[in-house]
Structure formats: structure tokens, C-alpha cells
Design a protein around this ligand. Structure first.
Ligand code: E4P
Length: 215
């Protein structure tokens, strides 16, 4: 499973990029709004140093508007993919972009049938939302397992992005369920580095090293 970062904060992306494990970035309108920056400018800056796929989401309610917005976004950089909502209009736009060789990420996926339809329309990525399903007492991880099974049974190469990840255990579960990618908030990715025994172990090695040197 690869790691994407789910943020529009460029400093966070630069920091994780320097770790050498960043395979891409997802943004959404809420994340762009909270960055306080201009949409196209943020996407241009992110795609200037992130080599992997970067998602920019369209806001139009109909496929004509989605296509217009998406085509303009796709001009920002070759690694920019168009993020579209899981609606009939969104699927029409996915099909349009697939025919033009432009990558897409179908977002707000909450059922296996939605993922299957998006894949059949030609989506490059589907984004099932783990946390938001858990919030309403459904099992987000089980959804990823179902989508994995369906894509494997039917030979679909659409990649599964585990989205709406709320804690490190979600990440392990998504990896075991067969997600191709997990898109993570910066806080969760950095939390995953830590373990109390690692911290204790470093402190003990430092103390033993100092003791040995002072003898
Ligand atoms: C995914 O592409 C979305 O941007 C994101 O993961 C949504 O997460 P949330 O449910 O925490 O807002």
C-alpha cells in the first residue's frame, strides 16, 4: 500500500516528501478552503515538486461544468488528476476524461456498487471514505475488502484509495484489506512513526552510551 497525503498545506507536503515515502497527494474543497489559498495556485505549487498523482476536485453540479473545470485543472500539470463526485453526472465526466487519457479520482464512495460503477466508467482511482462510514456505524474497512474482492474477481485495475482515515489503526486495516493507497492527514502519518518503546529505547541507548564514555 502506498501513502498519499490528504492536505492542501504545502509545508506539510514538503516535510513528508523529504521522508521519501510520499507517492501522491489528495485535496478536497474543504482542505483547500482551510488552507486560505487560491485553488489553482496551491495545486500548481504541489505539482511542482510531488512526482506522483495529485487530485484536484471539481465543484460543478453537472457533467458539462465538471468537464470544463477538470480540463482546466488538467492543464496545470501532467500528474494532476480530476477528482469527481460519485454521481451520474460525475460518471459521465469520468468517462469523458478516460477517453481523453486524463486520470480521475471518484470521491465520496460509500458502497461497493458505487466503486464498481466508477471503475467501469474508467476511473483511475476510487476513494471509499472509511471514517465517515464508521461515524454512522457502518464498517469502512469491510467496504474496502469488498471493493478489493470485486476488482480482483473482475480484473479491474482501478486503484483503491482508503480515504477519510481517522487513526493509525485504520491504516493497518486498510493495508490488510488490500487498499492500493491510503491518503492520510499529516497528523496521522507523523503519529505512525511513534511508538513508546522506540522512544524509551532511544533514551536508554543514549544513557548507556553516555555512561560508557564517562568511565
Ligand atoms: C479524500 O480524498 C478526502 O479528501 C478525505 O479523506 C476526507 O476525509 P474526512 O472524512 O476526514 O473529511
Amino acid at each position: 500500500m502506498k501513502f498519499f497525503l490528504d492536505t492542501a498545506v504545502v509545508e506539510e507536503i514538503r516535510e513528508v516528501h523529504s521522508l521519501g515515502l510520499l507517492s501522491g497527494v489528495t485535496t478536497n474543497p474543504s482542505l483547500i478552503a482551510s488552507s486560505g489559498r487560491v485553488f489553482e495556485e496551491v495545486l500548481a505549487e504541489i505539482t511542482s515538486f510531488v512526482e506522483g498523482p495529485v487530485s484536484g476536485e471539481v465543484m460543478a453540479p453537472n457533467h458539462e461544468g465538471m468537464i470544463e473545470e477538470g480540463e482546466s485543472l488538467a492543464k496545470i500539470a501532467p500528474n494532476l488528476n480530476v477528482k469527481l463526485p460519485m454521481t451520474l453526472e460525475g460518471l459521465k465526466a469520468v468517462s469523458h476524461f478516460a477517453n481523453k487519457g486524463i486520470q480521475t479520482n471518484v470521491t465520496l464512495i460509500f458502497s461497493a456498487n458505487q466503486a464498481l460503477m466508477a471503475a467501469r466508467a474508467g476511473a483511475t482511482f476510487v476513494s471509499p471514505f472509511l471514517g465517515r462510514l464508521d461515524d454512522i456505524s457502518y464498517d469502512g474497512v469491510e467496504l474496502i475488502q469488498q471493493i478489493r474482492d470485486i476488482f480482483d474477481i473482475h480484473g479491474l485495475d482501478t486503484q483503491i484509495i482508503a480515504a477519510s482515515v481517522r487513526h493509525p489503526i485504520h491504516v493497518t486495516q486498510a493495508a490488510l484489506a488490500g487498499a492500493d493507497i491510503a491518503t492520510l492527514p499529516y497528523k496521522i502519518l507523523t503519529q505512525m512513526v511513534n511508538h513508546p518503546l522506540t522512544t524509551q529505547g532511544i533514551a536508554k541507548f543514549e544513557a548507556d552510551w553516555k555512561n560508557a564514555k564517562s568511565k
